[in-house]
Design a protein around this ligand. Structure first.
Ligand code: GDP
Ligand code: MG
Ligand code: ZN
Length: 330
């Protein structure tokens, strides 16, 4: 089983100590991180030449996360498997340390997209909360798509009307019903072959969607972590679930992302995290315009012309205010 080069696989679970690794042949292994990792050039990417052989890169390398590709080797005595090497990441989803710390915590590595599930009703959608999820995806440089589930509970026009801002801002939006089957095939194709972080408020139908899309996966997205997390601000680790089918792909469940209300969001570049605001900001008179009371603000002008949604703009202002006044709760 163990080739001379070791076994390549992906980390599916763990928060330090023992990590669960799915080898590329599908077998599962428990492994701990070897004390001294083999040197890996995290900066070398296909077609790129960025080299970040700094202390920071070395530290980052040690922050193993779900989704990391690793190489396993037998330990000296030939018994247990150890993670000998973490392969370079092409992306990651990280949150800043709470309370204004400088550290960040990597929730998942090698993520291709963030899929945010809301319900058309029960629970009623909260677009300002959706905006926060989208800011986090943007701040991490990850594409996002929105799923509006439970469309069977409302008239089609109602569901579409509440979410028009999102296709306008450039986000793909799926309207689904696990009860009636609406939109499921298209969503399945959007997930297949990719690594998707699936998130959204509880009760919106994430588990139901996964079970409807990938029968046999037996994934209880959120079910375990939500109960474990109740009343606590700490987060239990993420888990990565391989999708059945030839195309492969994974769904990542990250309880830490669901506490999005407590995340520190970036202030300095917040306007870059709203694609439709980003499109206007360079025409503002001041390069450091915050799009508040400044004169000749092109973003505000675009809001007044109806080109940028008032609600999305208000989300931007609210997040900015909140961060500047150091109010982390919302
Ligand atoms: N009417 C309706 N109910 C749904 C739909 N999808 C899920 N539900 C129900 O919503 C509740 C929460 O679903 P669940 O998958 O556990 O949500 P999660 O917390 O996001 O994982 C359950 O009672 C589901 O039966 C849907 O498309 N339509
Ligand atoms: Mg669930
Ligand atoms: Zn401006």
């Amino acid at each position: 089983m163990s080739a001379p080069d070791g076994i390549l696989g992906v980390v599916t679970q763990g928060t330090g100590g023992v990590w669960r690794v799915r080898a590329d042949d599908g077998t599962m292994h428990d492994a701990s991180l070897r004390g001294r990792l083999k040197k890996t050039d995290t900066g070398r990417r296909a077609g790129g030449s960025i080299r970040r052989d700094t202390v920071e890169a070395a530290r980052e390398r040690l922050k193993l996360a779900v989704g990391d590709r690793v190489r396993l080797e037998r330990d000296e005595r030939g018994h247990a498997l150890a993670i000998a090497e973490i392969l370079p990441r092409h992306s990651r989803l990280a949150r800043r340390a709470p309370g204004g710390g400088y550290g960040e915590r990597v929730l998942a590595a090698n993520v291709d997209q963030v899929v945010i599930v809301f319900a058309a009703a029960k629970p009623d959608p909260h677009p300002r909360m959706l905006d926060r999820f989208l800011v986090i995806a943007e701040a991490n440089g990850l594409p996002a798509r929105v799923v509006v589930n439970k469309v069977d509970l409302v008239e089609p026009e109602v569901a579409h009307a509440r979410f028009t801002d999102y296709p306008r801002a450039g986000y793909p939006v799926h309207f689904t019903s696990t009860k009636r089957g609406d939109g499921l095939e298209v969503l399945r194709r959007a997930l297949a072959g990719r690594t998707s972080v699936l998130t959204g408020p509880s009760g919106t139908g994430k588990s139901s969607l996964i079970n409807a899309l990938f029968p046999g996966l037996e994934l209880r997205v959120g079910a375990i972590s939500e109960s474990v997390n109740k009343g606590r601000h700490t987060t239990v680790g993420a888990s990565l679930h391989p999708l059945p089918g030839d195309e492969g792909g994974f769904v990542v469940d990250t309880p830490g992302l669901r506490e999005v209300g407590m995340w520190e969001l970036p202030v300095e570049r917040l306007d870059l995290c709203f694609p439709e605001i980003r499109a206007h900001r360079e025409q503002c008179r001041f390069a450091d315009c915050r799009h508040g009371a400044e004169p000749d603000c092109e973003v505000r002008a675009a809001v007044e012309r109806g080109e940028v949604s008032v609600e999305r703009y208000e989300s931007y202002v609210k997040i900015l205010d909140e961060r500047e006044s150091e109010v982390v709760k919302w």
